[in-house]
Design a protein around this ligand. Structure first.
Ligand code: GLA
Length: 731
């Protein structure tokens, strides 16, 4: 078993291939404390890692200063009100209004495999996977609350998942005010904290800052994970690089308001916490009821950030994504958004499809504007009936014609939204999220539907299902183009309004689960004004997520670098678009746009009937390249080699096959600098003793030479040029 309990030492040891996580029970009360997380340890004498024999000692030796113990112990699940003045993970308001809780060990269970988290996305175990689970139940007898900490070890990907179950056995109602999913205390503070931040059109740029005294925090209040801060983070040793140093990664499997806290206390130790944002959360727990906090995936790498990223890629690809496209190349699509915006009809779409087919494109996606009276983004969200003035002859006729060309057909929806100017709003104004007597805040001229109400989500899903059943639609882009505010649901009592934000996310999950159950072969791509819902929660439902509305190849280098740190390349929705780019006005070579999009799902977002002959002629070659390398890109190990955002000169990454038999290197330059030597690129992850041929040349290199000496990227010309290098291992 990868999880062991040593009764004599009262120690739980959780092992993965290269890491260990140690929990120990402390003192006569059996406090559940954290002893170690890091490089794999042998199986003996780990209890001393607790360092509890130092001043101020445990309460049985020094109850006079119990508070000192509480304020310095490494609790596995810290609580409020007991004199631990760091940020708690758990806060519950009892019926008498108090918020103090103290958790001590009650029981535990260790078993093979892993249970589902009801209603929530979570990692799962495939046949043959090495995974054990520890359920550690703690109690506060005074409150009548039981808390079960759930840990699963994904041995091969070096990941440990955590979630929390809270049960009320008090005989009265209790109110959860903070129920985070994980807390880990680290010795010392010689760390940097890495998070992904941004805004619309520049999502998930990497931010790295030293950990320092006090609290640093990222979070979302927006009802979604958001453009601004991503729901993942890393704590890394000082000087940690892509290839060396220690990195602890945290990836929250949740798509709503989250918080990730990094706090250094008075003794210079660091606490990292991940969970639902407690500021927008309160949950009434009736007697006997349970609450489940979403899952966090944690990973440890002793080999820098590349290994951390690879661990996340492996677990997400193998144990979180469920789509029928999980292990398949995605069809090369063309999306009409940047090609036409709202200005299209069936003839225009068909002409794009016809041209696309000639070039080797495999699917046409009809974006926003096909329903109701939707001629701009001011109206009709909620009216999911085909606009037959635009699509003359109806949707099925168009889909059939596109299918007859040999192309698949996909469609855009924004199911959670309602326009004030819509038939749906006129019929059901009360279905929009708003507070009686208060003018609701509009964003993009739209409101959010209260999908926490069953009748609302059933109606909307029913309308979607009708459309999807009416023709051969093989792809859906599920969008969400505003954030939540004016939070209120008419169906919740006053003492349950604090549940709204989490209930919203649960409702979204329920709708998407229905969709993929009813249409198991559907390719679902999530999206939110670009990449505002790029999180591990959504990847349970869709194998890919639209990265950003910014398709500029250079901006995409920044966005993709950040995204790749936490999420697999196969999940990054990436398209080649026209220039000047619609988000930046920048001109980049068509070739570079193709090379950058190649690392994602790959597709086009332009009017193929209008682009230059020169660009159009490159498309068939780009599609061949996609088919040639997609298997490698989808399944290989990702290595970041250089970062344009850091060095200002060039970006470079490689995908190396798991068996090291081939490597694809993508090299992208920023602005061309005159009179400089060509760049030396040092590879990573190759077989040191093997020889590799560089495709398209007579050149042959030894693996060690390529890694430690490097090879020359050669000359380039013009701004934003790029190259692909494919190395194949010689037999
Ligand atoms: C969002 C998406 C875009 C496009 C538009 C349509 O912004 O990110 O790709 O679908 O909505 O309104």
């Amino acid at each position: 078993m990868a999880i062991k309990y040593y009764e004599d030492e009262k120690v739980f040891k959780l092992d993965t291939k290269n890491s260990s996580y140690v929990i120990a029970l402390v003192d006569v009360e059996n406090f559940i404390c954290h002893a170690y997380y890091g490089k794999k340890l042998p199986d003996y004498h780990v209890r001393h890692l607790l360092r509890i024999d130092e001043n101020p000692f445990v309460p049985s030796k020094n109850n006079r200063d119990r508070g000192s113990f509480n304020d310095s112990a490494f609790f596995e699940y810290p609580t409020a009100g007991i004199g631990d003045y760091r940020t708690p993970a758990f806060e519950v308001k009892a019926e008498n209004g108090t918020k103090t809780a103290a958790l001590t060990y009650k029981s535990h269970e260790i078993y093979k495999g892993k249970k589902k988290l009801e209603g929530l996305p979570a990692t799962f175990v495939n046949e043959g996977d090495d995974c054990d689970t520890l359920e550690l139940t703690a109690e506060d007898k005074c409150l009548g609350i039981e808390v079960t900490l759930v840990y699963s070890t994904f041995v091969d990907s070096d990941c440990i998942t955590r979630s929390v179950r809270v049960k009320n056995v008090s005989g009265k109602a209790a109110y959860l005010e903070r129920t985070l999913s994980a807390s880990v205390d680290f010795e010392g503070n010689a760390f940097d904290f890495i998070t992904l931040h941004g805004s619309w059109a520049r999502e998930r740029h990497i931010n790295r800052r030293p950990v320092t005294v006090g609290t640093q925090m990222i979070r979302s209040f927006r009802g979604e994970s958001g453009h601004q801060q991503n729901s993942s983070a890393a704590l890394v040793s000082k000087g940690c690089t892509y290839t060396s140093g220690e990195a602890y990664g945290f990836n929250f499997v949740y798509s709503g308001n989250f918080e990730i806290v990094c706090e250094v206390n008075q003794f210079g130790n660091t606490r990292v916490e991940v969970g639902i944002n407690h500021d927008t959360f309160e949950w009434k727990l009736e007697e006997g009821a349970e609450f489940v906090a979403p899952e966090v995936i944690m990973t440890y790498s002793a080999e820098g950030l590349n290994k951390m990223a690879q661990n996340f890629h492996d677990i997400i690809r193998n144990n979180l994504i469920r789509s029928s496209y999980k292990n398949k190349p995605r069809p090369v699509l063309i999306n009409n958004w940047e090609a036409t915006y709202f200005d299209f009809d069936e003839k225009k779409l068909y002409s794009i499809a016809e041209e696309a087919k000639k070039l080797g494109i495999e699917m046409l996606v009809m974006d926003d504007g096909w329903f109701g009276n939707r001629s701009s983004d001011n109206m009709s969200l909620g009216d999911w009936q085909v606009n037959e003035e635009k699509l003359r002859g109806g949707l099925k006729a168009l889909v059939d014609k596109v299918n007859a060309l040999g192309l698949k057909f996909g469609i855009w929806f924004e199911p959670e939204m309602i326009s004030p100017d819509s038939d749906l709003y006129r019929a059901h104004p009360e279905w929009a999220v708003k507070i009686d007597g208060r003018e609701p805040v509009l964003m993009r001229n739209q409101l959010v539907l209260d999908i926490t109400r069953k009748e609302v989500r059933d109606y909307i899903y029913g309308e979607m299902k009708k459309v999807l059943s009416s023709a051969n639609i093989e792809y859906v882009k599920w969008d969400m183009n505003r954030q939540l505010c004016d939070l209120y649901s008419a169906e919740l009592s006053a003492d349950r309004q604090g549940e709204f934000s989490h209930r919203y996310v649960l409702a979204l999950y329920e709708m998407q689960e229905k969709l993929i159950t009813d249409f198991p072969e559907l390719l679902l791509e999530n999206c939110s004004g670009g990449g505002a819902r790029f999180d591990a929660g959504m990847l349970y439902f869709s194998p890919q997520i639209w990265c950003s509305d910014d398709t500029d190849a250079i901006e995409r280098c920044y966005i993709q670098e950040g995204t790749e740190l936490m999420y697999p390349l196969s999940s990054m929705g990436a398209h080649v678009s026209d220039c000047p780019n619609h988000a930046t006005g920048r001109n980049t070579p068509f070739e570079t746009r193709g090379n950058v999009a190649l690392s994602g799902t790959f597709g086009y977002e332009l009017d193929v009937t209008k682009i230059s002959e020169n660009d159009r002629n490159q498309i068939p070659g780009q599609i061949d390249t996609y088919h040639k390398y997609n298997e490698l890109i989808r399944t290989g190990d990702y290595y970041r080699i250089a970062s344009l955002s850091e060095n200002g000169v060039y970006d470079c990454w490689a995908i190396v096959a798991k068996d090291k038999s081939e490597a694809l290197v993508t090299y992208v330059e920023g602005m061309r600098r005159p009179n400089v030597h060509s760049q030396i690129v040092k590879l990573v992850g190759l077989d040191e003793n093997a020889f590799y041929a560089l495709e398209g040349t007579e050149d042959e290199y030894n693996g060690a030479v390529l890694m430690y000496g490097g090879f020359s990227a050669g000359g380039t010309w013009g701004d934003y040029s790029s190259k692909l290098f494919h190395f194949i291992k010689k037999q």
